[in-house]
Design a protein around this ligand. Structure first.
Ligand code: FE2
Length: 239
């Protein structure tokens, strides 16, 4: 009797399983990502060209497979109050297709910190949400796609990602990495595994970045995000 009950429960779960094609707004958002990585320029960089290719090829395979979409419970963080403005800016910029598609599911996003201990100064200023990856919501093994949102005038401390290659595409706002350049909507920035990077954002507007991570599944599942120690960060900056 108990077994019968379990079987029928399992069947019910299977019947309730939601797939990507059941959620067109999620599918359109992934197609916008795919378009960006397919048609954007590599600026003559072989490394960026191969990163773009890797991201779009994995993504195309994932979309074709119509994977499971595991809805997480929506969650906001203090920085979420800046999301409407970031989307407004994004919708009039170079990456408007992605900004519009994101706005269609903005009430379904799960914003997180990703660190066990978040520096107090950062708690109101930053959060990220995953769209696709080993942890969902859209299941994929070898790729993570998501968005990171910063309040105006944020410094995101120095960090790096072990075994993970990361690209950011600016959606809204102006920002800088390692004090090297100012990036505007449409720009792509590549951080290779282990590259130390520190982000600052403009004084008056929020900043929204789309990101893609490629790397081994185990690492994408447990990225072990860690901010670099202050001393290490100083040494890397030659301060
Ligand atoms: Fe990063």
């Amino acid at each position: 009797m108990a077994d019968n009950f379990m079987v029928s429960g399992e069947q019910a779960t299977q019947a309730a399983q939601v797939r990507l094609m059941d959620c067109p707004n999620w599918m359109y958002l992934l197609r916008e990502f795919e378009t960006l990585y397919r048609y954007g320029s590599a600026g003559g960089s072989k490394l960026i060209r191969s990163h773009r290719k890797r991201v779009r090829e994995i993504l195309a395979t994932v979309i074709d497979a119509n994977p499971e979409l595991k809805r997480k419970s929506p969650q906001t963080k203090p920085v979420s109050v800046h999301l409407p403005r970031a989307l407004d800016l994004g919708e009039r910029g170079a990456v408007q297709g992605l900004a519009r598609a994101l706005s269609r599911i903005s009430d379904q996003l799960t914003w997180e910190y990703g660190y066990e201990r978040v520096p107090r100064a950062l708690q109101k200023k930053y959060a990220y949400c995953e769209i696709l990856g080993p942890r969902g919501p859209v299941y994929a093994e070898r790729l993570v796609l998501g968005f990171v949102l910063f309040a105006p005038k944020t410094t995101y401390p120095q960090h790096s990602h072990k075994e993970i290659e990361e690209s950011y595409i600016s959606v809204a706002g102006a920002w800088s990495e390692n004090d090297v350049a100012v990036h505007a909507p449409g720009s792509l920035i590549l951080n290779r595994p282990g590259d130390e990077h520190r982000i600052t954002t403009a004084d008056l507007e929020p900043c929204l970045l789309a990101y893609a991570w490629t790397g081994p599944e185990a690492r994408l599942t447990e990225p072990g995000m860690k901010l670099s120690s202050t001393r290490k960060a100083r040494v890397a900056h030659g301060i």
